[in-house]
Design a protein around this ligand. Structure first.
Ligand SMILES: *Cc1c(COP(=O)(O)O)cnc(C)c1O
Length: 370
């Protein structure tokens, strides 16, 4: 079965092998050497001033950023389930919130954000997704972050990059916290979250806040190549192996291949009549609006061995989402669009003629050459 959901993504064999070794004790020179190397690789991935790893799913890192960086009032961008989650986290910790709500197909705009900040000078933190996975859209985070900083450089910008870090280069010049999760573009099992931090964020964190997710405690320990509590040793060994493999290929090349696969998948889907859902599709996934999405997913799974994700909430049964993150062999992505075309044939919507795989290959190899 091809796992083509936009998280979790498959774990490569070399990474599984690296993780198959005996469990290391986390307070040993052996593990600390692995931690140090992994931390250095992670710093190169984020390209920021500081970073931490947390034994948690991605949501834990979202919570840690909110509780350690927000002071009183948070502006959240809700264009889907993950944006809404930032609002719920802020509320759970008694912070005041201002929420900009959008349709799940609509990216946030710079104008709306600057207007919200002008309306309410008490806002001290912005929370936004880079790629909102609920509808597969890309927010113009870099532009929004720059606008926020030009209004007030003291406002902290928290960017959830869980389906963006490792997918495309992200300009972090105006981002204070950039969140990544193990089970998406980094192709690891779930359970490890990572945060890239600016110097300004480290300063705002100060003594930190909370207990398990106190980022000051983690920064202090992790600078010494250890963690405040028991480290997820096996996942960190896997992360080190994965980042080693990516560095061998090179980040530019990883981003180029991901973009080429994304462009080819989109073009192939559109050629066979799929309606792409978001107005600004992310490179991480293709989300297709389809009234028969569940029937399509069922044919893909039972006849073609392809597992893609559905929609959530009001889009349940109306969306299918195909992953594009990670070191995916190009022939697998080509097979997936071919299988979608076959599913449309099975459902009596279009006669199969191989158009999807032809368009996929044309567009992929045209992009490859650039
Ligand atoms: C997957 C995901 C998360 C984190 O979810 P967890 O289940 O807590 O790992 C957060 N934001 C986005 C955009 C995601 O895609």
């Amino acid at each position: 079965m091809l796992l083509f959901t936009p998280g979790p993504t498959p774990v490569l064999e070399a990474v599984r092998m690296a993780m198959a070794g005996p469990t290391l004790h986390h307070r040993t020179p052996e593990f600390e050497a692995i931690f140090k190397e992994t931390r250095e690789r992670l710093m190169r991935l984020f390209g920021m001033d500081e970073c931490v790893m947390l034994a948690s799913s991605g949501t834990g890192a979202m919570e840690a950023c909110v509780t350690n960086l927000a002071v009183k009032k948070v502006l959240t961008i809700n264009a889907g389930k993950f944006g809404e989650r930032f609002t719920r986290i802020a509320e759970a910790f008694g912070l005041e919130t201002v929420e900009l709500k959008y349709g799940w197909d609509t990216p946030a705009s710079v104008e709306d954000v600057t207007a919200a900040l002008a309306d309410d000078p008490q806002i001290d933190t912005l929370c936004i997704q880079v790629s909102e996975s609920a509808g597969g859209l890309r927010h113009p985070v870099e532009e929004i972050a720059a606008a926020v900083k030009s209004v007030n450089p003291g406002i902290m910008v928290i960017a959830d990059g869980i389906t963006a870090v490792g997918v495309e280069p992200i300009d972090t010049a105006n981002i204070d916290a950039l969140i990544a999760g193990s089970q998406k573009a980094l192709m690891l099992p779930p359970g490890l979250a990572m945060i890239g931090l600016s110097d300004a964020a480290v300063e705002r964190i100060g003594e930190g806040s909370g207990y398990y997710f106190n980022l000051a405690a983690e920064i202090k320990k992790q600078r010494r190549n250890t963690t405040a509590y028991t480290a997820p040793t096996t996942l960190i060994v896997g992360l080190s192996k994965m980042l080693e493999m990516v560095e061998e290929i090179g980040y530019d090349e990883l981003y180029r291949r991901t973009r080429a696969r994304a462009m080819a998948t989109r073009a192939a889907l559109e050629a066979i009549g799929c309606g792409l859902f978001p107005k600004s599709p992310a490179l991480s996934m293709s989300a297709v609006y389809d009234e028969e999405a569940d029937a399509v997913r069922s044919v893909l799974k039972t006849e073609f061995g392809v597992n893609v994700a559905g929609g959530q909430d009001h889009l349940k049964g109306k969306l299918f989402r195909i992953n594009q993150m990670g070191l995916i062999p190009v022939y697998e992505s080509a097979w997936v669009v071919n299988a979608v075309e076959w599913a449309y044939d099975r459902l009596g919507r279009r006669t199969y003629d191989g158009l999807a795989s032809r368009v996929f290959n044309e567009v992929y190899y045209a992009n490859e050459k650039r």
